[in-house]
Write a protein that binds this ligand. Structure first.
Ligand SMILES: [Zn+2]
Ligand SMILES: [Zn+2]
Length: 410
C-alpha cells in the first residue's frame, strides 16, 4: 500500500508528478495479455536464460539504467521525528491522565481512517475492484482524508506503480532495498527517476473522472486538516469534556502515527515474512498478523496476483478481513456494486501453477523442500513482464477477465 504526506508530493518537490500529468488519457496500445505472460514467463526465462524469450512488454521498457543512489531528505527526517515525538507524548498523556476513553475514541478514528484507505483508496479507487454510489464515495473520501496519506489521486498513482513495477526502480517502496526502506525509509529519501517516469505513464483517467476525487485534490489542504486533526480532537473535547491537550495528542497525533505504521506494514512485513501460496516468484507474502492490523490487507501474495478482487484475499471469513465485511454490508444496502472476485477454480489453477506449495489445497500432496527465500532473492525483477494494477488495466489477461465472479454487476 502506498504513501503518506511526507512522500511524493509537496515535500520532495523534484519527485512530484505535475498536474499536467493529471489527465493521462493515453490509450493503451498493448495487445490483451495471456495469463502466462507474467511471472510464469519470468520463471521460464530464468530456467532458460541462454535463450531470449519474447515478451509483450518488459518491465525494463522505459526504465532508466540509473542505479539507485540513496539520498536522505533531512527535512522529512525532521518531520518524522516531530510526528513520533508528539505521538509518544500522546501515549504518555494517555497513561498519565488515565485517558482510556479518549483512547477508545482514537481507535474508532483509526478504524474510520483505515476504511478510507482499505475500502476506499485501495480497493475502490486504485484497483477498481468494485463500484460505489456517490454517498459511499463521499464517506470514503472523508475517511481517507482522516488518514492523511496524500490525496486519493496521488495515493492511487503510487499504488498502481507499485503493482505494475513491483521491486524495480520504478516501485516507490521497492522491498529489495530492505525492510526499513519499504516500511518508511522511502519517505525520507529522494526517489529514483523511474518512479516519476512510471507514475507519468500509468493510466489515471478513471480516477480523474471521479468528481469526488477532483474535489478532494482541489481542497485537500482544507479537508485533510479538518478531518485528520481538528475534528478528532474537538469531538472528545466537547463530548467528554477532556482537556484539549489530551484530545489533540491522543486522538490526533498518536492515532495518526499508529495508523501510518499499520498501513506501512503492508509495504514492509507483507513483502518479507510469510508464505507465497499463489505466486512464489514475487516478494509479497500472505500474513495473518498484518491482516489483523491492517483490516484484511495482509493477504498480500494473493492481492498481487489478483489485485482486482474486492476481498483482497481468498479467505471468506470476516475475522481477518474487516474491510470485506464492511463492503458486503455496503453491497447489501446498495451502496457498493459490481464486486469482482475470483472463482475457486481459478485460484486452484494458479496455486498449482505458480504457488510455493503452502496453500491448504497443496499441503497434503506436495512436500515442498524448495527454499523459497533463496528462490526469491535471485529474482531479476527488471526482466519481468508487465503485471496489472487492477480491473481496468489493459494488460489484464482474458482468462482472468472472463473467469471473474461479478456480484451485483450492472
Ligand atoms: Zn494493492
Ligand atoms: Zn505490495
Amino acid at each position: 500500500m502506498a504513501p503518506n504526506l511526507i512522500g511524493s508530493t509537496f515535500l520532495i518537490a523534484e519527485t512530484a508528478i505535475t498536474n499536467n500529468d493529471a489527465n493521462n488519457n493515453k490509450p493503451a496500445t498493448l495487445a490483451k495479455s495471456s495469463c502466462k505472460s507474467s511471472h510464469e514467463t519470468t520463471a521460464v526465462m530464468r530456467q532458460n536464460s541462454a535463450k531470449p524469450v519474447a515478451q509483450t512488454q518488459s518491465k525494463a521498457d522505459g526504465a532508466t539504467k540509473e542505479p539507485y543512489k540513496m539520498e536522505i531528505v533531512w527535512f522529512n527526517v525532521f518531520l518524522f521525528v516531530i510526528l513520533h515525538s508528539t505521538a509518544f507524548y500522546g501515549a504518555y498523556l494517555m497513561w498519565a491522565e488515565n485517558a482510556y476513553l479518549e483512547f477508545l475514541i482514537a481507535y474508532g478514528y483509526a478504524v474510520l481512517g483505515g476504511l478510507g484507505i482499505t475500502a476506499g483508496v485501495h480497493r475502490l479507487w486504485s484497483h477498481r475492484a468494485y463500484k460505489a454510489r456517490l454517498p459511499l464515495r463521499i464517506f470514503l473520501m472523508l475517511c481517507q482524508s482522516l488518514a492523511f496519506q496524500n490525496s486519493i489521486y496521488e495515493w492511487c498513482r503510487d499504488h498502481r506503480v507499485h503493482h505494475k513495477f513491483t521491486d524495480t526502480n520504478g516501485d516507490p517502496h521497492n522491498s529489495g532495498r530492505g525492510f526499513f526502506f519499504a516500511h518508511m525509509g522511502w519517505l525520507m529519501c529522494k526517489k529514483h527517476p523511474d518512479v516519476k517516469e512510471r507514475g507519468k505513464a500509468i493510466d489515471m483517467s478513471d480516477i480523474w473522472a471521479d468528481p469526488v476525487v477532483r474535489f478532494q485534490k482541489r481542497f485537500y489542504f482544507v479537508v485533510m486538516p479538518i478531518c485528520c486533526f481538528v475534528v478528532p480532537a474537538l469531538v472528545p473535547y466537547f463530548v467528554l469534556g477532556s482537556s484539549l491537550q489530551v484530545c489533540f495528542f491522543v486522538c490526533s497525533m498518536a492515532r495518526y502515527a499508529l495508523s501510518l505504521h499499520a498501513t506501512w506494514l503492508v509495504n514492509s512485513a507483507a513483502h518479507f515474512y510469510g508464505m507465497r501460496p499463489y505466486e512464489k516468484n514475487i516478494s509479497s507474502v500472505d500474513s495473518k498478523t498484518v491482516s489483523i492490523i491492517a483490516f484484511g490487507e495482509g493477504w498480500h501474495n494473493y492481492h498481487h496476483v489478483f489485485p482486482w478482487d474486492y476481498k483482497a484475499g481468498e479467505l471468506g471469513t470476516y475475522k481477518y478481513n474487516w474491510t470485506t465485511a464492511f463492503l458486503d454490508l455496503m453491497a447489501r444496502i446498495g451502496q457498493a456494486y459490481d464486486l469482482k472476485s475470483v472463482s475457486q477454480e481459478m485460484i486452484l489453477k494458479r496455486v498449482q501453477r505458480t504457488g510455493d506449495g503452502s496453500h491448504s489445497s497443496m499441503i497434503d500432496v506436495n512436500n515442498n523442500n524448495v527454499n523459497i527465500n533463496e528462490l526469491v532473492s535471485k529474482l531479476d525483477h527488471e526482466k519481468e513482464t508487465t503485471l496489472v494494477w487492477g480491473w481496468d488495466d489493459q494488460d489484464i489477461c482474458e482468462e482472468d477477465r472472463e473467469g471473474a465472479l461479478r456480484e451485483k454487476a450492472e
